[in-house]
Design a protein around this ligand. Structure first.
Ligand SMILES: [Zn+2]
Length: 215
């Protein structure tokens, strides 16, 4: 019988470090469009987004095969296995599920925004545009719409830490004059939505812990 460690399992991209994002905003605030840094942060965000979309597929019973990338299937029965017909890979389904649970990888209401980022960022050749795409994505809320303030902050899926430190962190990011006016607008809109958002009033948080990020 195979041990758990004998199975090949998927590896998911980590959330971004705050220091990484902070560096990007600091350089923009100084009026520098640091193309290498934009690519670096953007690429880290891109692979995180791809992991979230792949986990979305897994959650819907179509786990991507870690060996060949094809869409595997999950069989029935008391000990369920994920199996890839393309290359013959297999592993216990519970083991696969454990690789993504409790890691903030479930895109949920962020799915359309994550998809939009992946498509547009991959196709963009303008660093100014890439910076706006990054800024827009990290300020999204799950399920948000033009009129609704949405749910949990999407940044919790994308940036390391907990909601109570991620939200004040985003609020503190320095913007510079080199950024287009619509970036500043995004932030104002984000503050307004967060102010109305039930999560900013402590929803989903542990008692006696400040929700933070009141703006
Ligand atoms: Zn395969």
């Amino acid at each position: 019988m195979k041990a758990d460690t004998d199975y090949r399992l998927p590896v998911w991209a980590y959330r971004l470090r705050k220091s990484h994002i902070e560096r990007l905003y600091r350089s923009s605030a100084r009026g520098v469009l640091d193309e290498d840094l934009i690519d670096e942060v953007g690429f880290a965000l891109l692979v995180r987004c791809e992991s979230m979309l792949q986990v979305g597929e897994a959650v819907h019973g179509r786990p991507p095969c870690p060996t060949c990338g094809a869409s595997a299937r999950v069989d029935r029965g008391p000990t369920r296995f994920a199996r890839c017909d393309a290359c013959g890979w297999e592993c216990p389904w519970s083991l696969y599920q454990k690789t993504y649970q409790r890691k903030n990888l479930n895109a949920g209401g962020m799915t359309p925004f994550v998809r939009e980022f992946v498509t547009k960022f991959s196709a963009s050749h303008s660093h100014g545009e890439k910076l706006i795409l990054i800024d827009t994505l990290i300020h999204r809320f799950h399920w948000e719409s033009a009129t609704g303030s949405g749910g949990r902050p999407g940044a919790c899926n994308l940036i390391e830490g907990t909601m109570s430190d991620i939200m004040p962190f985003l609020d503190r990011l320095t913007y510079g004059a080199s950024l287009p006016a619509d970036v500043e607008q995004t932030r104002e809109e984000w503050r307004r939505k967060w102010g109305r958002n039930p999560w900013s009033k402590g929803k989903g948080q542990k008692p006696n812990k400040p929700a933070g990020g009141d703006a």
